[in-house]
Write a protein that binds this ligand. Sequence first.
Ligand code: ACO
Length: 331
Amino acid sequence: MKRPIAYVAGTGRGVPKRVMTNHDFAALGLETSHEWIVERTGIVERHIASDTETTCYMAADAARHAMARANVAPGEIDAIILSTATADRLLPATAVDLQAELGARRAAAFDISAACTGWIYGMTVAEGLMHTGVAETVLVVGSEKMSAIVDWKDRSTCVLFGDGAGAAVLKRSKPHAREGILSAYMRSDGTLAELLWRPSGGAKIPFSETVLGDRSSYVRMAGREVFKHAVRSMSDACDRALDGAKLRGDDIDILIPHQANVRIIEATAKHANIPMNKVYVNVDRYGNTSSASIPIALDEAVETGRVKEGTTALMVAFGAGFTWGSMIVRF
Ligand code: ACO
């Protein structure tokens, strides 16, 4: 396949109004501290959605900004791909709520479940739809209401996550264009699924009094194991994306990694030989917003001029599954 096939025509983000700082955990009676959280993760605050700021609501907010930037009307969208680990309901997909909300009458719409890597997976699927001629214009959104699935009594997980949405409109590239997706890479290893998971609440172990009592429908994570795999897999994914685009670390203008933990980000950048002044970091202000984290960061980078025409960006993600993936885009 001859690239680029698809380019990013516009980005957007939709973030809940309420900000929760590390100090606010004291009010929940959690034994934690601002110092512990900052030192281990780099997180200072995160946005937490209200009841009305649903996964679809945040997605629509992000999507409308991206469509305005791309100058794309709802009726022009051929497909909507929504990555989320926090669907508003289990059937049907939240993507169809978004399709209805936007009035994107011609669009196919479906969710992708690949945890924090979901938006990179979605971008890659969108590029594939363009390659086969199924779609010309695709909206790819990552929207996550992590506050609804974390255990607010578990200090080892609830301090890490936040809510929000990010979006991009992808359009089919003109022949011989230079801008667009230069390479993409996706992997998974389901043998490690239970290192970061929600044990119950699905079809295998449906909700019951027992599930509510043992809190097993909330996110559980083996933090240290996840940390090790995240660094290894994100480093591998950087190498593969660079190889795929026939580029080196020096050729990258900006690295936009999944924002889970500043120490994971630093280790990944070091491996890819990209100095920290070329790395976009906002985990301090958002925490880990799962698959929304890269498109939120990308949109901020566009808004602040760190990503502009001619910028070559490397995006890399890792998440539950485990899943991991990467993509190089020239803007
Ligand atoms: N406040 C204070 N103490 C805490 C907290 C907290 N919020 N959480 C845990 N601790 C305690 C533990 O109980 C433990 O105490 P003990 O030694 O008495 O048992 C101690 O701190 C050390 O705990 P560790 O888990 O060993 O701490 P570590 O240095 O590994 O940091 C962390 C934990 C931050 C979770 C780290 O492992 C990490 O970042 N892992 C990756 C997590 C991640 O990024 N997940 C998401 C990636 S994938 C995705 O995005 C879906």
